[in-house]
Design a protein around this ligand. Structure first.
Ligand code: G16
Length: 582
């Protein structure tokens, strides 16, 4: 057993190490600066109480993006030096974000140990590679992202840090081979265990869903299936679950080999970036071959999902509402009923309507999955989702891309149970249209202006806040933009008081409410790594089932025009078009 010693390395603070919506995300060249990652990791150790670190087990892994392998070795050495007893690493450093959450909550080591937290190495849907993004975030013992109280403390520590601890002479561990390596240090033994990235997660999925029912659906010749991992970590799980466990054909998988640079793509499952799947599903230009019945995609760390039917896009806001409406019947995990449902503020109110109809507890939280965790820990929420392609449940404390696909396959399996040998299957589109005719439709779109000048973005937001005190002026502007929009009756900035711990989060988005139930929301993204990203969320409710079948961009055109005029988008950003429309 090799012995290591602890070195104290002098350092000085770096500016800008404040975690965003989900951890610290910066360009690789920023992270690779001497001491940069080390400072953030030590600031995290110092923010956690000793009993969460000393003598405990930590998970360290991520989506496998460029710089992850270096970062894992650094964090192993710093863990050893900070008195951690054991580090668990997914084989090749790969664990999806929901799998990390599952590992913290479910995995038991050979000696009965459980993990007390995790460093997740990912910048999620942001591109990877030497000139792109890297990211790191810390998850707590409940398996969920560190709450704001902890991330604020981490940030505070990064501004005063003077030294960090590292076991410099600890040899690099081979993370490609499953097995344990033991070392001896000043505080006793230190172990690094490399384990299978999929086992814990797959077992959890098998305990939630009826795999036999899904298997029958996938075996039906009339049901065709396609899944795109966009070269992210989801590929590892997709191969194991869809191919090995559920018997899907290998040709159903697209881009399922994880790559450090995601094949040069943008691993974001939406209609703009998941090009190959969009084409295959018949939503691209000149799509000639018959598309599959079902398509799914994941982002880099496999917590996001996109659900598509044949030539049909399911908005994430509709997706969570439809899952909630069908969960009890279609998913064994929920057979005793849902404890409650929740959505992030900018997500459409489709879920609210289901909650009301089914008499379920309902919560609206700020953007950031961490806000759902408290509700779940308190037993108040079973299913939740976000417009940003995130859907999940209380089986873990992260959103879960593969779970969402399995949830949809379960709904399809249940609706088609008696139809597998018949003429026609119930399709994704049938399910969505049926949902709209029962609950009404929330037309919804989001415009993103990525990487705009940060100063201009701030001014735009300040302008929108100022404007709220003068509703007559607001109404004059929106009517000038398009006379078809209804009156604005209220404007505010969303503020959230956590009903479990009482903590308050301010400035969570600027909202304009219209008389007919429409809504505009403006927010600055907290996940970019350079400049600012402005998000504009546009929503309109249509209850009349004879009017729920319109093209959504067409239906929302007047509101979009009002949003652009109100915000003076072009004036403040110089942009005449959004970068992404979802
Ligand atoms: C993170 C958060 C989500 C949030 C999303 C977008 O997801 O966990 O809750 O909706 O960012 O946030 P923003 O609008 O601030 O960019 P991910 O998948 O990026 O980790």
């Amino acid at each position: 057993m090799s012995t290591f010693k602890v070195s104290r390395i002098e350092t000085r603070p770096f500016d800008g190490q404040k975690p965003g919506t989900s951890g610290l995300r910066k360009k690789v060249k920023v992270f690779a600066q001497t001491h940069y990652l080390q400072n953030f990791v030590q600031a995290t150790f110092n923010a956690l109480t000793c009993d969460k670190i000393k003598g405990n087990t930590l998970v360290v892994s991520g989506d496998g993006r460029y710089y992850s392998k270096d970062a894992i070795q650094i964090i192993i050495k710093m863990s050893a030096a900070n008195g951690v007893r054991r580090v668990w690493v997914g084989q090749n450093g790969l664990l999806s974000t929901p799998a990390v959450s599952a590992v913290i909550r479910e995995r038991v080591g050979t000696d009965g140990s459980k993990a007390s937290g995790a460093f997740i190495l990912t910048a999620s849907h942001n591109p990877g590679g030497p000139t792109e993004d890297f990211g790191i975030k810390y998850n707590m013992e409940n398996g969920g992202p560190a709450p704001e109280g902890v991330t604020d403390k981490i940030y505070e520590n990064t501004t005063t840090i003077k030294e960090y601890l590292i076991a410099e002479n600890l040899p690099d561990v081979d993370i490609s081979k499953i097995g344990s390596t033991n070392f001896s240090g000043p505080e006793g033994e230190f172990e690094v265990e490399v384990f299978d990235s999929t086992d814990t997660y797959v077992n959890l999925m098998k305990s939630i869903f009826d795999f036999e029912a899904i298997k029958k659906l996938l075996a039906c010749p009339k049901f065709t299936f396609c899944y795109d991992s966009l070269h992210g970590v989801a590929g590892v799980y997709a191969k194991r679950i869809f191919i090995e466990e559920l018997g899907a054909n290998e040709s159903s998988l697209l881009n399922c080999t994880p790559k450090e640079d995601f094949g040069g793509g943008h691993p974001d499952p939406n209609l703009t970036y998941a090009k190959e799947l969009v084409q295959r599903m018949g939503l691209g230009k000149n799509s000639e071959v018959e598309p599959p019945e079902f398509g799914g995609a994941a982002d880099g760390d496999a917590d996001r999902n996109m659900i598509l039917g044949k030539r049909f896009f399911v908005t994430p806001s509709d997706s969570v509402a439809i899952i909630a409406a069908n969960a009890v019947e279609a998913i064994p995990y929920f057979s005793d009923g849902l404890k409650g449902v929740a959505r992030s503020m900018p997500t459409s109110a489709a879920l609210d309507v289901v909650a009301e109809a089914l008499n379920l507890k309902f919560f609206e939280v700020p953007t950031g999955w961490k806000f759902f965790g408290n509700l779940m820990d308190a037993g108040l929420c079973s299913v939740c989702g976000e417009e940003s392609f995130g859907t999940g449940s209380d089986h873990v404390r992260e959103k879960d891309g593969i779970w969402a696909v399995l949830a949809w396959l379960s709904i399809l399996a249940q609706k088609n149970k008696e139809k597998l040998n018949g003429e026609k299957l119930v399709t994704v589109e049938d399910i969505v249209r049926q949902h709209w005719s029962t609950y009404g439709r929330h037309y919804y779109t989001r415009y993103d202006y990525e990487n705009v000048d940060a100063g201009g973005a701030k001014e735009l937001m300040a302008h929108l806040v100022n404007l709220q005190s003068d509703l007559p002026q607001v109404n004059k502007i929106v009517k000038e933009a398009n006379s078809a929009v209804s009156n604005v009756i209220k404007g505010d900035e969303f503020e959230y008081k956590d009903s479990v711990d009482g903590s308050v989060s301010k400035h969570q988005g600027i909202r304009y409410f219209f008389e007919d139930g429409s809504r505009l929301v403006f927010r600055l993204s907290g996940t970019g790594s350079e400049g600012a990203t402005i998000r504009v969320y546009i929503e309109q409710y249509e209850k009349d089932s004879s009017k729920t079948g319109r093209d959504s961009q067409e239906a929302l055109k007047p509101l979009v025009e009002a949003a652009l005029r109100l915000s003076k988008m072009q004036e403040f950003t110089g942009r005449s078009e959004p970068t992404v429309i979802t």
